[in-house]
Design a protein around this ligand. Structure first.
Ligand SMILES: [Zn+2]
Ligand SMILES: [Zn+2]
Length: 301
C-alpha cells in the first residue's frame, strides 16, 4: 500500500495552525520525505511518523517554506544516533547551504549522508520497485516536481494450479516473468493457467510550487494521485500568476487535463483562515479533489 501523509499544507509563513510544505510518502518498506519546511520534525513526532524509516529526502526548490526544516532534522538524526545512510535529493545549491552550516557548527554526522544534485528533468533513481523522476515547474526560481512510479510487478503464482499441473518450483521464476510452462513430456501450459496478474503499480506525483503550466502534463499523465499547489482562490488568479503560484481551479484543470484519478490540493495562502472554498472551487472542475489536511494519510487509489 502506498500512502502520503501531509505534514504541512500552508504556503510561505505558518498560520492558523498550518505549517509550511512537507509530506511523507510511505511504501511497504520505507518512507520518502518530500520537502521539509520549518517545523517538519515537530510534525513527524506529532503524527508518529517513524523517522528511522525515512531513507530519502526530496527537496523541490530553495524557497524557505520548502527546506528551512532540513538542517534541524539532519542535525536531530545525528543527535539521536542515527546510523543508517540518508539520501538528500535537491537542486545543487542546497549542498553549499548544508556544508556551510555544518562547517560553522563543526557538525560531524554519525551516519552517511549522500547528496544527489538534480541536474536535469527525467529519471532520478530507482529504489526497490519504485522509479523516481523529476520535472521542471514554472516558478520564480528553479523548481522540480517529483513522480514516484511503482514498476510493473511480476505475476503471481497460482498455488492450486501449479500443484494440479505438478510444476516444479524451479520453473516459478520463469512463470512470474509471464512465460509459458513446458512440462517434461513436452506439453505446453499457458502462463495464464498458472499465474494471476499482479496488481497494477501506483503512481504519485508531487507538483511542487508552480504557476498554471500545461507543460507538466506529460510528466504526470494518468497518475493515480497528484498533489498540486492551490495557493489562492479563483478571484486571485491574476495575483497567482504574478507570484508564480496557482489557484484551486487551475490545479483542478491540470488534474482534469492530465486524466489523473485523484487530486490533493495544498500550499494555501495565509490570507485564508477557512479552506472550504478551495475544495468547492476545485470540485466544480475536478470532482475527485480533496484538501491536503495535516496529519491525514491519503491512500493512493
Ligand atoms: Zn512555497
Ligand atoms: Zn516557492
Amino acid at each position: 500500500m502506498l500512502g502520503v501523509t501531509i505534514l504541512g499544507n500552508n504556503s510561505a509563513v505558518p498560520a492558523f495552525e498550518r505549517h509550511p510544505t512537507s509530506q511523507v510518502l510511505a511504501t511497504s518498506s520505507r518512507s520518502f520525505l518530500i520537502d521539509c519546511g520549518e517545523g517538519t520534525q515537530i510534525q513527524l513526532i506529532r503524527y508518529k511518523i517513524r523517522r528511522s524509516r525515512i531513507s530519502h529526502i526530496f527537496i523541490s526548490h530553495l524557497h524557505g517554506d520548502h527546506y528551512f526544516g532540513l538542517v534541524g532534522l539532519l542535525n536531530s538524526f545525528a543527535l539521536l544516533g542515527r546510523q543508517q545512510e540518508l539520501h538528500v535529493v535537491a537542486p545543487p545549491a542546497l549542498q553549499e547551504v548544508l556544508e556551510l552550516q555544518f562547517k560553522l557548527a563543526d557538525t560531524r554526522m554519525p551516519y552517511p549522508l549522500h547528496f544527489h544534485a538534480i541536474q536535469a528533468p527525467g529519471h532520478l533513481m530507482t529504489i526497490d520497485d519504485m522509479e523516481i523522476r523529476c520535472f521542471r515547474t514554472d516558478h520564480r526560481i528553479e523548481c522540480f516536481g517529483f513522480v514516484f512510479k511503482e514498476q510493473k510487478k511480476p505475476r503471481r503464482i497460482n498455488a492450486e494450479a501449479v500443484q494440479a499441473h505438478r510444476v516444479h518450483y524451479s520453473a516459478f521464476e520463469n512463470l512470474r516473468q509471464g512465460n509459458d510452462y513446458t512440462a517434461p513430456d513436452g506439453t505446453v501450459i499457458k502462463n495464464e493457467q498458472l499465474t494471476e496478474a499482479a496488481p497494477k503499480g501506483k503512481t504519485y506525483a508531487f507538483c511542487a510550487d508552480t504557476r498554471y503550466d500545461e507543460s507538466i502534463i506529460p510528466a504526470i499523465q494518468g497518475a493515480d494521485m497528484i498533489y498540486h499547489e492551490a495557493t489562492y482562490l479563483d478571484n486571485f488568479a491574476a495575483q497567482a500568476h504574478l507570484r508564480f503560484h496557482s489557484t484551486s481551479k487551475e490545479a483542478a484543470r491540470i488534474a482534469q487535463k492530465a486524466q489523473v484519478k485523484k487530486l490533493l490540493i495544498g500550499h494555501f495562502s495565509s490570507r485564508y483562515d477557512v479552506l472550504d472554498a478551495f475544495e468547492t472551487e476545485a470540485r466544480e472542475v475536478f470532482p475527485n479533489t480533496d484538501l491536503a489536511l495535516e496529519g491525514v494519510c491519503y491512500r493512493i487509489p
